[in-house]
Design a protein around this ligand. Structure first.
Ligand code: GCO
Length: 427
């Protein structure tokens, strides 16, 4: 039996620094719309320079896996011109992980694009499939001999909604039908990449990291219930179902009515679960804005409701699709270490029970190793187990929760020999 994967997750742009892509362009154009924070990138967490010491922390945390992404803009900064030094650096990183006995899990697309991408062939256009697949092919040739776990896309629907639903991410448009076209094309690219990876090596495992949210009716009124239901269908279930039915399909009264054949043929080996919070849904009699979504206490610095039981519900939902599952992201933005510790313990308790229950759950990744650039929130929100002092040469310091997390994993491994539950003594 393979060991349970205990890891942390990162994404290239959020930590690396020294990158020019669609996000830095967007920032330079002053287009980020957020009143609450100053989303300045300013070299991320400077991981590009500090990666070797950052990787040492993985061992100190008792981890046996690491989820990261490669930055397309760094590898193909100009269309069809690949940067060998960038590719070499990723090789070095992967080699180092392997040498450390840490299972690398690679993500090919985590929200960002080269500067040339959106104007040449945005995801709304079917030609984007070819362009991204070409990049993926090159990455497979380079890294597939070394890496067993591949995530093609991180949160495709979240990205599509941010870029084409509420216009907060580049290219900043508002059209729900475009959100569907984008989702369609991204999933189409997934099929192509899945086939390429499997042709290269049948044993490679390919997944998507999908975001899940618990939607609860605000009042026990049938319209709140049906709203919560629709949101669940759209946000959580639509893509899962498409893999089974070969149809990407959603009906959302007044907002969306979309059906399209998509030959996914169940081409996925594991579902990545990114789970953070619950939302309450209230129907409003207002044609332009028919819903209100809100969180209840306790919340994190992101304003997200802490609801560990939701993780159990999501695992239950996804397990019905009968694929392996990895919790590819779960974590908290806070400056209160007591709260972070409580958050981690409660979620790991759910995880340990679920591991006991079945064989499908094969890994857990805390988001994130380091404090990093949290998209619209900039660096104001701190998810890291390791504190980054942005004012002082990106100096790293372990936070109290890091020690607790490391300890829980260690106890889990020794007490349970990679299966069974975390003994309550350990928590
Ligand atoms: C996402 C990403 C991460 C985030 C994390 C916290 O879900 O947006 O995968 O990049 O930083 O989820 O919001």
């Amino acid at each position: 039996m393979r060991n349970f994967l205990w890891g942390v997750a990162t994404s290239a742009f959020q930590i690396e620094g020294n990158i020019e892509n669609d996000f830095t362009d967007w920032e330079n154009l002053g287009k980020f719309k957020n009143d609450n924070a100053d989303p300045r990138y300013e070299n991320g967490s400077n991981h590009w320079d500090l990666w070797e010491t950052d990787f040492e922390y993985l061992k100190e945390l008792n981890l046996n896996a690491y989820r990261f992404s490669i930055e397309w803009a760094r590898i193909e900064p100009t269309r069809n011109e690949y940067s060998q030094p960038a590719i070499d650096r990723y090789h070095q990183m992967i080699d180092k992980l392997i040498e450390m006995n840490i299972e690398p899990i690679i993500t090919l697309h985590h929200f960002t694009h080269p500067s040339w991408f959106h104007s040449l062939s945005p995801w709304t256009d079917a030609s984007s499939i070819e362009i991204f697949t070409k990049f993926a092919k090159k990455m497979i040739k380079e890294f597939a001999p070394k890496i067993k776990f591949w995530i093609t896309f991180n949160e495709p629907l979240v990205w599509a909604l941010a870029a084409y639903g509420d216009a907060k991410f580049p290219p900043g448009q508002k059209d729900l039908y475009k959100v569907m076209d984008v989702t369609y094309n991204i999933l189409y690219a997934h099929i192509r990449i899945y086939d390429m990876l499997k042709n290269f090596d049948e044993d490679i495992k390919v997944g998507i990291a999908k975001h899940f949210v618990i939607f609860k009716e605000a009042r026990s009124w049938f319209l709140d219930k049906s709203l919560a239901n629709r949101l669940h269908q759209f946000f959580n279930v639509m893509i899962l179902d498409a893999f089974r039915t070969n149809t990407l399909e959603i009906y959302f009264p007044f907002l969306l009515d979309y059906v399209s054949y998509l030959p996914l043929d169940n081409k996925i080996d594991f579902w990545g679960i990114n789970y953070y919070y619950r939302l309450h849904a209230k129907f409003k009699i207002n044609y332009k804005n028919p819903m209100e979504l809100f969180a209840k206490n306790p919340t994190t610095d992101m304003g997200w409701e802490i609801y560990p039981n939701g993780l159990k519900k999501i695992i239950k939902l996804v397990s019905k699709y009968d694929k392996e599952m990895i919790i590819t992201e779960n974590g908290i933005a806070t400056d209160d270490e007591k709260l972070r510790i409580k958050f981690i313990k409660k979620h790991l308790k759910v995880v340990s029970k679920q591991i006991k229950r079945g064989k499908l759950l094969i890994g857990f990744f805390y988001w994130s190793l380091l404090d990093n650039y949290e998209w619209l929130e900039g660096k104001s929100k701190r998810f890291g187990l390791i504190h980054v002092d942005y004012e002082n040469k990106f100096k790293r310091t372990f936070k109290p929760a890091a020690f607790i997390f490391a300890d829980l994993i260690k106890k889990f491994k020794t007490n349970n020999n990679s299966k069974g539950k975390i003994k309550s003594k350990a928590i």
